[in-house]
Design a protein around this ligand. Sequence first.
Ligand SMILES: [Fe+2]
Ligand SMILES: [Fe+2]
Length: 467
Amino acid sequence: MLDAIPNNVNLDSDKRLQRALMQWQPDFLNWWREVGPEGFQQDRIYLRTAIGVGEGGWAHYDYVKMPDYRWGIFLGKPRKEEAIYFGDNIGGAFWDQVPGEFRKELRRLIVTQGDTEPASVEAQRLLGQSAPSLIDLRNLFQVNVEEARHLWAMVYLLHSYFGANGREEADEMLERRSGHPDRPRILQAFNKPIDDWLAFFCFTMFTDRDGKYQLASLAESSFDPLARTTSFMLQEEAFHLSVGERGVARTIRRTAQLMEQGTPPESVGAIPLPVIQKYINEWCSASYDLFGGEDSSNAANYFAAGLKGRFKESDGKLNPDHRALEGAYTAEVFEDGRWQTREIPLRRAMNACLLDAYVEDCNRGLNRWNGILDSHHLTERLSLPSTRFNRRVGIFADRPYDIAGNPMEPAELESKRAEWMPSQADYELVRASMVPVYEPGKMANWIAPPDKGVGGKPVDSEYVLFH
Ligand SMILES: [Fe+2]
Ligand SMILES: [Fe+2]
């Protein structure tokens, strides 16, 4: 069975890893059957499968049944740097094994990342039943099988480098469940239900994008197998983010077309712009928390030890000072009735630096969305919530801030909530729009068609062959 696992980690010659994976694989498949996509398991889906790391080898398109997808284990190409390039150990050799003194931290980082992968599959399991088109259905399943492969990627590290503890952690990855009251997934945003396609697109735009930034910072790690595993994952992650950004863009385009012609979107089963804005507020702010506290001793330790770098740490222009022992990150916090400046020593502020890079990235997507409104001659504009808004983690969690980041009284919060966050009525309106459309080339009425197809096929192809 194991020769069915495409890999470039010498699985053939590693008997110990083979044995571990042989035990884990049936449990993984049970997990997939139990909480993977509901239905469609016997249908043939036009999927991209990674079959190698060479040029184009990681992106091979074919019709496959999801349970037959070849979940593989891949390391990205060797890095061009030859030695550790940030933190306290600059100049030392990259680690091929886990150093004893960082075992606990590395395990924690890998488990936390790994846990998010199956969580998103679980949260998205019912969406196939309300897919707005065949190409969207196919994209959903592409994301799902790749998140499951990312679980494989992290489990590979746990099995290979963390002994009995690693095997235990790998088993527990299949036991926790997104949103479960007793054994939830580790990070809160990954326990949020994803009940409709606008939520799915916002999740892949905003929450998966946190994943991109976490993976990018791990791709700088001095622990070489982790760096190369995550750098390969980033290639797949890029597709998920494009599903999100383009999905929201197509939703906006449809709404804008209707607004331009004077038709209220909700009157024809499309989604009003203010509701789209509230979904953006909800998912974007929940994703801010995933970066962790702005002032964090854990973050400082990870950086000092060389476990986790900044975004593009190796880029000397972006990050000229790889020790980060000097300088500070400043943040304005409202405390004791006035704004106060917090100076956070740079190493302790690594989460805040990563969040800033993330917000910049989100803003590029937002500008493209606003360009769509502009092209339909509308003056309305969408925005991102302030990084102070709706926080449960970090220096802004102690008191409420409004959507623009101004302090507000806790008593005002409830009355303002419906202005900024989706209400029950908003969710119901969106859900009522979510009628499944499974005819090639046809779209549900709330979403515009994509401008191009996938894997060399036109938009109106039969991306799913129903059995
Ligand atoms: Fe992932
Ligand atoms: Fe993803």
